[in-house]
Write a protein that binds this ligand. Sequence first.
Ligand SMILES: NC(=O)c1ccc[n+]([C@@H]2O[C@H](COP(=O)([O-])OP(=O)(O)OC[C@H]3O[C@@H](n4cnc5c(N)ncnc54)[C@H](OP(=O)(O)O)[C@@H]3O)[C@@H](O)[C@H]2O)c1
Length: 358
Amino acid sequence: MDFKAYGFFPPAPQWLPERDMPDQTGRVFVVTGANTGIGREIARGLLLRGAKVFAACRSKERAAEAIDTLKRETGRDAIHFLQVDLASIKATVATAEAFVASEDRLDGLINSAGVSATPAHWKTEDGIELQFGTNVVGHFALTMALLPLLKQTAKAQGPGEVRIVHVASSMHFIQQDKRGIFYEGLRSDGVGKNKRSGTILYGQSKLGNIHVSNRLAEVLRDDGILNLSLHPGNITTELLRHRSKLERWIIGPILYPTPMGAVTPLYAATAQELTMEHTGGYLVPWARLYHTTHPKAQDKQAIDATWAFCDEAVRSVTKAEVTTAATTATTTTTTTTTTQATPAGTETGTGAGAEASK
Ligand SMILES: NC(=O)c1ccc[n+]([C@@H]2O[C@H](COP(=O)([O-])OP(=O)(O)OC[C@H]3O[C@@H](n4cnc5c(N)ncnc54)[C@H](OP(=O)(O)O)[C@@H]3O)[C@@H](O)[C@H]2O)c1
């Protein structure tokens, strides 16, 4: 077993956000799941280095509590709420489109939100198994809809400056089925026949995160947008909320403190030694560029299948072409049915621009 690829027993970090992260003044980030756990620590790290952060969360109340606390703890005000429920493609795309219409730049998208070990029959609004639907399809929808702004920023800032960080997990190794991700089981009518456990379904969603990162690395290479996926480490967060008390008791002692979970994502999002040469890379804790040894992680057919599933899922909701063929370098997010005059995803209900002006 390659312990390094699994992220077990990581050595002490050589890179620390509070010591080594470059100044982020003037840069803008969207961090999903920023109200708790790893996402919240990522937001804290970025704020402390001068960035403006949009906390993309599903719950206004939970986000408000986190934002207030982060403002108090960091002494910085540049954090704003963006309502994103990744379990709804329509709402996610509407929020992202409103954001693109009203913001000037987006330097980094950190896709950190996630659900784990939910029962196989739990589904998103769009009828997709909840973990794959949230962790992979929801982030795919968000990312594709934000691409115009990411591309625009990349053009102005230069290659490798704009980044998309995909928080995966070493748990993708648990998806060992030779057939790969069980797509038939992800739709509502297939889940009942799906004998896979919540844990296996989590694992395959995390493999899906790596697939999307790898394909975006290819598709966005010429745009100079750096895509990286990673395992953040085994971290004390609320991720185990759907596991039994016994499981939490067993797993608890091997977990690292919550702030450690932000080290690798912050490195991926900001470290200057990472360049376009590293796009499509996979990082392990803490802040180490490595690779995954999973046989399906780089497999073109497997990546095509994940991309096609996400593409079809988003297109079936937006009724628009989300992306051109998986291997081409052009991507469009022009939608027809979900563009809403009312920006569903903003704190004030007056548009992402209201946030931007703060
Ligand atoms: N903790 C670990 O040991 C570990 C290890 C490997 C990988 N990871 C990955 O790290 C990432 C962060 O997880 P965490 O450990 O920080 O877990 P966490 O504390 O449970 O945080 C998960 C975040 O995702 C948000 N979220 C869940 N469903 C959502 C939805 N439909 N729309 C928008 N946001 C949603 C949650 O929002 P609510 O608070 O509203 O539910 C929360 O903010 C995940 O991608 C996870 O797979 C974690």
